[in-house]
Design a binder for this molecule. Structure first.
Ligand code: ZN
Length: 175
């Protein structure tokens, strides 16, 4: 994951553009990733200022989703913009939040792998359906027919559970 770092020490004040490619190998590094495969490009505009930096992320491409209805995998177009503020401290303890990362003054690069991972996984819709997120595809009719045959009562048995995907994300985020 070493390629997902932005070395900022030598940069002049002002805006600098970086680009990163994200593919299956990236998602393979995260056991709990909801997204297992995809093809994305992340553009990062880093605005370096005297005492802080602002990173503007623009992630575009496709991620592979699995339909909740017919279980087909399909590529879904993704377009994500996020902003991150990077601050510096020379004190020992510093809290990072969702939008603000605090680095020690001696740090010289910004590791964005975890951020990219989080941005992409958070963007995955809760309910996935071929016709909703896919482009010009519909659910696999043969599978739907089979599922219909198998379910005894289509109305009953609705399960309420916490979404395991979010639990997994929460764990990673605060590590
Ligand atoms: Zn489907």
């Amino acid at each position: 994951m070493k390629q997902y770092r932005i070395p900022f020490t030598g940069l002049s004040l002002g805006a600098h553009d970086f680009e990163f490619n994200i593919d299956k190998a990236f998602f393979d590094c995260y056991d709990y990733s909801i997204v297992k495969d995809g093809s994305l490009r992340a553009g990062v505009e880093l605005l370096k200022q005297e005492n802080m930096m602002i990173a503007q992320f623009h992630i575009t491409g496709t991620i592979m989703l699995t339909c909740d209805v017919c279980l087909s995998s399909f590529p879904a177009n993704t377009d994500i913009t996020e902003r991150l503020i990077v601050k510096f401290t020379d004190e020992g303890v510093a809290e990072s939040t969702e939008e603000i990362v605090v680095l020690a003054k001696h740090e010289h690069e910004l590791d964005i792998a975890g951020l990219l991972y989080e941005y992409i996984n958070v963007a995955v819709p809760h309910y996935i359906k071929c016709s909703e997120q896919g482009s010009n595809i519909t659910c696999d009719e043969a599978v739907l027919a089979k599922l219909n045959d198998l379910s005894p009562s289509p109305q009953g048995g609705e399960e309420k559970q916490t979404d395991p995907r979010w639990d997994a994300l929460k764990k990673i985020k605060y590590n």
